[in-house]
Ligand binder design. Sequence first.
Ligand code: DX5
Ligand code: ZN
Length: 229
Amino acid sequence: MAPLLAPSLLAADFGNLQSETERLAASAADWLHCDVMDGRFVPNISFGIPVLQAIHRHAQQPLDVHLMIEEPQHYLAAFRDAGAANLTVHYEACPHLHRVVQQIKALGCRAGVALNPHTPVAVLADIAADLDLVCIMSVNPGFGGQSFIPNTLRKVAELKELLIDNGSEALIEVDGGVSLDNAGALVEAGADVLVAGSFVFNSPDPVQTLADLRAYLTATLAGTAQDQR
Ligand code: DX5
Ligand code: ZN
C-alpha cells in the first residue's frame, strides 16, 4: 500500500482554517490530522469539538483525530459527531484501553492507539488485533516543530513484527518531526501513515510540499522494489 499522508492542522494558520482546509482538498493529503490537547495529558491546549466541527465543514479528506487528553472515553461520541473518521487515544491515558477501543469501534470510527516515545510497543500485544491504527509518537506530544527522535525507526520495525505476530491489520502511523529527511526510512521500516505539521505548513507552498513528499516516497518505494528483484 502506498503510504498515506496526513498533514497536521496544528501547524496551519488558525485564523484562516477554512482556506487552509480547502486548499488541501486538491493536494496529496489522504487524511487531515487534528491534534486535540487538554492541558492535562500534555502541557498545551490546542482546540476541541467546535473547532473540529468547523474543520469538518470545509474538509474533503477524512479527519484523523489525535486525542491528547485524559479520560477520552467521555468525549468519543462528541468527536465522532463533530466529524472524526479516526479516533486515536493515548495508551498512557487509558487504564481501560480495551473498553475505550471497543467504544470507538461501536461509534463507527477507526480505532487508534498512540504511544509516547518512552512506551514500548510490546504493551499492545493483547490489543493489537482489535486496532485499526497505531500511532508511534516520534516526539513528546504537546507541540509541533520538535525534532524527530531517531529511536522511532527501530520502534516502527518492532511494531510491524508485533502486528504480524498478532494477526493485526492495524496501520502504523508516525507523528512528530516527520520530513523529507526521515520519511523514506520510516516507510521502509514499515510506516503506513506519515503525519507532518511544520514541515508542510511552514514551507512556502504546503500543497507543493505534500506533492514533493508523495513524489519522493513513490520514487523511494520504486527503488526498494527494484532492489528486491
Ligand atoms: C504533537 C502532535 C503532532 C504535531 C506534529 O503533539 O501530535 O501531530 O502536530 O507536528 P510536527 O510535524 O511539526 O512535529
Ligand atoms: Zn498528532
